[in-house]
Unconditional design. Sequence first.
Length: 226
Amino acid sequence: MKHQIVRNIKRADADIIKTLGEQGVATIHEAQGRTGLLNPYMRPIYPAARVAGSAITISCQPGDNLMIHAAIEVCQPGDVLVVTTTSESTDGMFGELLATSCQAHGIRGLIIDAGVRDVADLTAMDFPVWSKAISAQGTVKATPGSVNIDVVCAGAIVRSGDVIVGDLDGVVVVKRELAAEVAQLGQKRIEKEQRSRERLQAGELGIDFYGLRAKLKELGVEYLDE
């Protein structure tokens, strides 16, 4: 099997990435047709964790973090590491020392479909991480992998340069070439939700302004008075 490290990748506009980060995972997921969401077992290691940046994709062997070290060299400030393993793993492949290196190079966070360790340290450093597991199980640096190739991370296809957004709701990926369009759709959704919020705050029932009474009738639901 051929292993490679792609040095130069295309990235979305920084302002678009910032906008998507402010919109959040739930809004983006809905705005792009309920696509791009990573599996819900990917959880932030602390509740306030938020991230938005360009994906640097990394394919590792289970229990081996060699390629994470290799990937940091090709990162730019604002990037997010997206790590997968060639078979299932929960080993703690990332910890405080790697996070220190990441922060020194302006890397914004980590999405890893495996385990992390040193969670107290990562939290204190305010380094946002979404992982499948937390494990003190250590790793080696012995097996080749690849950087900036197409990967599947927690059930979602991620390409280098795609936009990654993470918050307490999970993680979503936006195709790089669609990032501007999705940001526009996300803004429209936010404005629509604000109008709905105002109507709900005024006491109007969602069953009325969403037109759900007709749906209940269509489904054969009957109202009875005892």
